[in-house]
Design a protein around this ligand. Structure first.
Ligand code: MN
Ligand code: ZN
Length: 341
């Protein structure tokens, strides 16, 4: 069968591999659509310390169950339309015991630590499989995972009714946070970016205020908008370490800042800013069992996943999709790879 395999950093191809074996407790899924994520790009470029090569990447995918292994309960059967939570946790380490399996001490992520969705058939733990409501397409279902990132960071930031939210970055993750925030009842959302097309998309999806941080003085604008108080919720979907000092300045007293970046570059942090306003800085990694919540919001029409899709390409076009994301990222939003139907 065909698979997109990363043999080593910068060395990747669509190639023929053997069919995966289905172990006990696993389901074999025929992948319909898989989305390309920034973190796939990091693996391809050798910027992911966790990955072992060769690897078939892809952690955003949906498809149809083709077979099940021994001992799989009958809530997962052949023919089921499903999407897959990429988080595999041990269940008994400290974070697992306190209900934080997404930072399990021996975390395994489908598409990072084991093979993922950029192949025709993928074996996954049946426990990670989520059934799709009838009217959610397999294309939209490949976008459930990015929305779980949004649901997770918002959950970590503990919004209060009436809180204003600021999102740095209007790429795919920024736009999923925007939609998720509106769906959860946050009414005022400020979005910043450096690309006007992205800000227009944010506006169209319901952002109440947008700033081009290259053309406008964001700090002045946001402080004017909030009568100098600052913003209680700030989500960092720009993931530029140098922006942390500005986030600290723009947060209101008692504000919460949700960080999603994977950079190893240090950020400058002025302790006084944190202490005098008693700010809370939270990291958010992957998702903590957010698939059911996202599927429910998607099924009720409160999320609009297909607006995020800019390209649909066959698996054979993976190398050219990577080239586009590397060299002309402004042309793309979510790139969906159509693998089988
Ligand atoms: Mn992703
Ligand atoms: Zn664990």
């Amino acid at each position: 069968m065909k698979a997109f395999q990363v043999k080593a950093p910068h060395d990747y191809q669509v190639t023929d591999i053997e069919l995966p074996k289905v172990a006990a407790g696993e389901a074999l899924v025929r992948v319909a659509f898989a989305g390309i994520c920034g973190s796939d790009m990091h693996i391809i470029h050798g910027d992911n310390a966790f990955v072992r090569f060769p690897r078939i990447t892809g952690h955003e995918f949906a498809g149809v169950v083709e077979a099940v292994g021994e001992g799989v309960a009958d809530d997962v059967v052949v023919g089921d339309r499903v999407c897959i939570d990429p988080v595999i946790s041990c269940g008994h380490c400290y974070p697992c015991r306190i209900g934080r399996p997404n930072v399990c001490s021996s975390l395994a992520v489908i598409g990072v630590h084991r093979d993922g969705g950029f192949e025709e058939l993928v074996a996954v733990p049946a426990a990670n499989v989520h059934q799709l409501p009838d009217h959610i397409g397999l294309d939209a279902a490949a976008l459930v995972e990015p929305y779980t990132i949004a649901a997770n960071v918002l959950d970590r930031m503990q919004p209060h009714p009436g809180d204003r939210l600021m999102i740095l970055g209007a790429g795919v993750i920024g736009l999923t946070i925007l939609q998720m925030a509106l769906a959860k009842g946050i009414k005022e959302v400020i979005v910043t970016d450096v690309i006007n097309e992205r800000l227009a998309a944010a506006k169209q999806l319901g952002a109440t205020q947008v700033f081009n941080s290259r053309e406008q003085d964001v700090e002045k604008g946001v402080l004017a908008l909030t009568q100098g108080e600052g913003v209680p919720l700030i989500a960092d979907a720009a993931c530029v370490p140098a922006l942390l000092p500005q986030m600290l300045r723009l947060a209101s007293p008692a504000g919460r800042i949700g960080l999603l970046g994977f950079s190893i570059q240090p950020s400058e942090l002025v302790q006084l800013e944190v202490i005098k306003k008693e700010l809370t800085l939270v990291g958010s990694r992957l998702n903590n069992r957010k698939f059911p919540e996202v599927l429910k919001l998607m099924a009720s029409g409160q999320l609009d996943p297909l607006t995020l899709v800019s390209h649909r390409l066959p698996l054979s076009d993976m190398p050219s999709a990577i080239d586009m994301l590397d060299h002309r990222p402004e042309e793309a939003r979510k790139v969906l790879i159509k693998i089988s139907t």
